[in-house]
Every structure is written in structure tokens, then in C-alpha cells.
Design a protein around this ligand. Structure first.
Ligand code: MEV
Length: 411
């Protein structure tokens, strides 16, 4: 060590340090450095030999990580111990531990809800026309547990682990607030734990499925005894908040989880479809989410500007949804494909397709799909293709192009 030299002058922090400690010579500075190092080592040895660093600092940190991961009271200490023992006090590790010890046990949770794939009729259904839609079974599962304070929400796959603020007027916070109010449940003292195999914002009904799963989870915990009609009505209220003026098709699919021909003429109606098999539908999405509220509002503006033109397109959509239901009942997938292609053209005409959706539709068609269209509100999100005998080829081509897929008939 040295107290003179160009490098020391070049570094203002070194000059300031020397001035502070008042070391006049290199020997004095060396003694001070050795003494400081020894003091730090002895302090660390003392902590290790007495109360212990693990017990103190690490354990405290592990408790806060376990709380962030939403560890339930009965598993809390187990998670903290396992975190400390692993030497990896991280949120991801806490989630792994929770999953390994079976908490949240969403696999066996009774509260389930379906996602949805609209095969024909989206947007027109907002104006009283028919929509033909199929469920994505058990898209969301969950449970509610009692907690010390507040309302927390975790959705493992989406990395959501946070407190709900019931005063927030939009998003999932507001949906939870509606559910608590409708069920007359106090807005504190519950942990909502969900798992979702659908992505958010891709037109597959995840927001409605979350709402239905949360309602059913509270029903399960508190033994309220809600019937499906009431579950659907509460989820519809949540959907109004999320989507502005929804038709109710998403929450109805989420609740009843059956293929259906849906319409809303002031009330929610659906005709369940008895199908001999699950049709070979492939659903795909990329990295472009769609905003349903925005798309529904955009279509409403266009309809206000051009009521005759838009009305005629909606009429056409209604007719092909009804014809599509017939084709589906007969398992005539070639005819259904033709109708879906026309349906996509009509959705394009009302302005809700995007270049990426067009690319996905083109990939599906050129790899053997009998028909393909965007599904849901558009402006991003997903496509659906009917693929008799071509499911594997269409799936492979979409995946090779970087898209995620679900094949309904593989489920
Ligand atoms: C959204 O999943 C389907 C739309 O028709 C809106 C609705 O029906 O509420 C675009």
C-alpha cells in the first residue's frame, strides 16, 4: 500500500479516504487496513458462532420471500426452512417448493372454469346474433384459503403474486371487488390461488375463466351453494367491467364448459351442442395480445358510422354461425372450414384482423387446414383452424414459425 503517487491523486475517493483516517505513512495505512479486515472477520465469526447468520438475516429474508410467493399459513414454516436449507432464497425457488409440497393444490381444486374458442360469430354476437363456440376445458383451476389479512391473488403461470386493492376500478382487482360484493364476503382475510393454462389477452376467454374460478372457489370455501346461473351472472358483471359491452359468451362458456350456440337478446341464451367427437380444431397465438374492450369499442364506432353496411355483415355472420353449428353437428369439417374462411373474411371486413393474424391464418391454410380464422376480439390474439387429418402438420408449421398451439382433439 502507498500514500503517495499519481494514481492516488487521480482517484478523489482515495485522497478523501486518506484525509479522513489521517494516516501519514504507508505503514500506518497498512496497520489500519489489517485492523479493519480483522474486525470484519471477527464480527462475521461471532455472528456465525452465536445467533448465526442463517437464523438471523437469511431466515428473515426467507420469510419475506415465502410471503411474496403466497405460502399459506399451514405451509409457511416448511417453505421458509426449505428455502434456507436450499441456500437459494429466491421467489422462483419458493414457488418450486410450494408446488412440490402440493400448495396450492390447484390440481385437485373443485373450482374450475373453461376457456373458450369462438368458431364463428364473434363481434356480431354483441348485437344479438349467434356465436358458435367451444370450451377449452379446465383452463383455470383454483382455490381460496383463509389468510390473516387483506386479499392476495396468485396466478402461478402468469407470475402474479400480489395483494388485491379492492378500491382499484379496473382489471382483476375490480373483478375481485365485484365478486366479494356480490357474494357479500368481507374484503379481507383470503388468499386466492389460481393456475391458468391459457395466456392472458389472447382472445381465449381467460378473464371470464378467472372470474368463474374465483366465484366457485369462494363458493367451495364458504359453502354458499351457488348454482351455475348465479355463477354466470356474477362473472358477466366482471366481464362488463373488463370488456365494456360484452355479449356474455365468454362467461357462459367459462361457466358451462360445453360446445354451444350462444346468443344474447337481453338475456343469456345457449343451446348446448351434442357432438359425437371433439372437432380437430387447432388454436394458435403469438406474442401480439389483443384488447377486447378496445376492439369491441372500435367495431361499435364503425357500426355507428355505417349502420347499414355493418348490419349486413353482422347478418351474414349470424347465418354462417347457424350453418356452422349444423356442419359441426354432422362432423362436416370441410364445410365448417369453408364457413370459417368466410367468417375470417367478414372479421377482416369489420377491421379486427392484423398482419400477424393473417400470417397465422395463411400458415394454417397452406399446411392443410380446411379453414382458418381469427378467434375472439382480434386486434391481436389467436386464430383457430379446423384440421381434419392435418392437425399434426398445421401444429408443426405454426410451432416452427414460433407460435404456441393447442390441439383441442388431443386434450
Ligand atoms: C370476445 O371473446 C368476443 C366478442 O364478440 C365480444 C363479446 O362477445 O363480448 C368480440
Amino acid at each position: 500500500v502507498a500514500t503517495v503517487g499519481g494514481t492516488l491523486r487521480a482517484n478523489p475517493a482515495a485522497s478523501m479516504g486518506l484525509a479522513l483516517i489521517g494516516a501519514g505513512t504507508a505503514a500506518e495505512l497498512a496497520c489500519l487496513m489489517a485492523a479493519t479486515g480483522l474486525a470484519q472477520n471477527f464480527a462475521a465469526l461471532r455472528a456465525l458462532a452465536t445467533s448465526g447468520i442463517q437464523q438471523g438475516h437469511m431466515r428473515l429474508h426467507a420469510r419475506s420471500v415465502a410471503a411474496t410467493a403466497g405460502a399459506p399459513r399451514e405451509h409457511f414454516d416448511t417453505v421458509v426452512d426449505a428455502l434456507v436449507a436450499s441456500g437459494e432464497v429466491k421467489l422462483r425457488k419458493a414457488q418450486e417448493i410450494l408446488a412440490a409440497i402440493g400448495a396450492p393444490d390447484t390440481d385437485h381444486a373443485a373450482a374450475r372454469a373453461s376457456g373458450k374458442v369462438i368458431v364463428l360469430g364473434e363481434h356480431a354476437v354483441v348485437y344479438g346474433k349467434h356465436a358458435l363456440a367451444l370450451p377449452v376445458a379446465d383452463a383455470v383451476r383454483g382455490r381460496v384459503e383463509k389468510a390473516d389479512s387483506g386479499i392476495s391473488l396468485s396466478i402461478a403461470e402468469w407470475g402474479v403474486h400480489r395483494r388485491i386493492d379492492v378500491k382499484v376500478s379496473e382489471g382483476i382487482d375490480a373483478a375481485v371487488a365485484i365478486i366479494l360484493r356480490e357474494l357479500e364476503v368481507p374484503d379481507s382475510g383470503y388468499a386466492i390461488r389460481l393456475s391458468s393454462r391459457l395466456p392472458p389477452g389472447m382472445g381465449l376467454g381467460s378473464s371470464a375463466a378467472l372470474a368463474v374460478a374465483i366465484v366457485r372457489a369462494f363458493d367451495e370455501l364458504l359453502g354458499i351453494g351457488l348454482d351455475d346461473e348465479r355463477v354466470n351472472a356474477i362473472a358477466f358483471e366482471c366481464e362488463k367491467l373488463a370488456h365494456g359491452t360484452p355479449s356474455g359468451v365468454d362467461n357462459t362458456l367459462a361457466t358451462y364448459g360445453t360446445p354451444m350456440l350462444f346468443s344474447n337478446d337481453g338475456g343469456l341464451h345457449f343451446e348446448p351442442l351434442e357432438l359425437s367427437e371433439t372437432p380437430p380444431l387447432v388454436v394458435a397465438w403469438g406474442a401480439e395480445p389483443g384488447d377486447t374492450k378496445e376492439q369491441v369499442a372500435l367495431v361499435r364506432n364503425r357500426r355507428d358510422e355505417q349502420p347499414d353496411l355493418m348490419g349486413a355483415l353482422f347478418e351474414q355472420m349470424d347465418r354462417i354461425a347457424l350453418q356452422g353449428a349444423d356442419a359441426l353437428r354432422r362432423a362436416d369439417y370441410v364445410q365448417l372450414g369453408t364457413l370459417m374462411d368466410v367468417g375470417h373474411g367478414l372479421l377482416n371486413a369489420i377491421g379486427v384482423s392484423t398482419p400477424l393474424l393473417e400470417t397465422m391464418v395463411a400458415i394454417a391454410r397452406s399446411n392443410g387446414a380446411a379453414g382458418a380464422k381469427l378467434t375472439g376480439a382480434g386486434g391481436g390474439g389467436s386464430i383457430v383452424a379446423i384440421c381434419p387429418g392435418s392437425g399434426a402438420a398445421v401444429t408443426a408449421a405454426l410451432q416452427a414459425a414460433g407460435f404456441h398451439t393447442i390441439n383441442l382433439s388431443d386434450e
